[in-house]
Design a protein around this ligand. Structure first.
Ligand SMILES: Cc1cc2nc3c(=O)[nH]c(=O)nc-3n(C[C@H](O)[C@H](O)[C@H](O)COP(=O)(O)O)c2cc1C
Length: 188
């Protein structure tokens, strides 16, 4: 009898240890809540990735918006941005960003525009200070991948630690939940 009681006691202690080490989804979110997702999206692909990231991490989210929206039609925006880039023009960004002081990691999302981050993201980064933060770029694209996103973000935020980041092809950006979850798991 004493032997059986002894075995039951050991099993109870082991179960307690295992339960104590198990991280519940809420605790995991708590652990990741120092995460902020900041993004710009013109046609919705980057927004999809951003929302999934926010959902999985439980962090904050902020959408960069231009004061004057870009035209919806693809050839019109491509032509407008081409002209703006050659003129060195930066669009005006709507106010409302409360700063990144409460966060450690900033996932920064952008469509790839002409091989790098979109000009609204460039404009936003030139106005903000992410010193000491880790910036993780995520880019949606039509074939160029990350392009020079990480280098260009570093140039605009030289005191931030900019990770390599991840590119999502626009053809799968709206069904990338598993890819995003796997990426997060490897990253955090
Ligand atoms: C102005 C403009 C420039 C673009 N330049 C590129 C490019 O250089 N390389 C690329 O792969 N895709 C390029 N694209 C395609 C977008 O990166 C792609 O469609 C992206 O997923 C759009 O994201 P969004 O839906 O969040 O706006 C460009 C799109 C636009 C509107």
């Amino acid at each position: 009898m004493r032997k059986i009681l002894g075995i039951v006691f050991v099993l109870l202690v082991l179960t307690g240890i295992i339960l104590a080490q198990t991280v519940s989804p809420n605790e995991r979110k708590e652990k990741m809540s120092k995460i902020l997702v900041v993004y710009y999206s013109h046609s919705g692909n980057t927004r999809e990735i951003a929302r999934t990231l926010q959902d999985l991490t439980g962090g904050g989210i902020f959408e960069i918006q231009t004061v004057t929206p870009y035209p919806a039609e693809y050839s019109a925006i491509v032509e407008q941005v081409r002209k703006e880039k050659s003129a060195g023009f930066k669009p005006k960004i709507k106010d409302g960003f409360a700063g990144s002081q409460d966060y450690d990691i900033v996932f920064l999302g952008s469509p790839c525009w002409y091989g790098t981050i979109a000009t609204p993201v460039e404009a936003f980064l030139s106005e903000q200070d992410f010193s000491g933060k880790t910036i993780v770029p995520f880019i949606t694209h039509g074939g160029s991948g990350l392009g020079s996103a990480a280098q260009d973000i570093s140039a605009l935020q030289p005191s931030a630690n900019v990770a390599h980041g991840k590119a999502f092809n626009r053809s799968s950006a709206r069904s990338a939940q598993k890819e995003i979850a796997d990426w997060l798991a490897s990253f955090l």
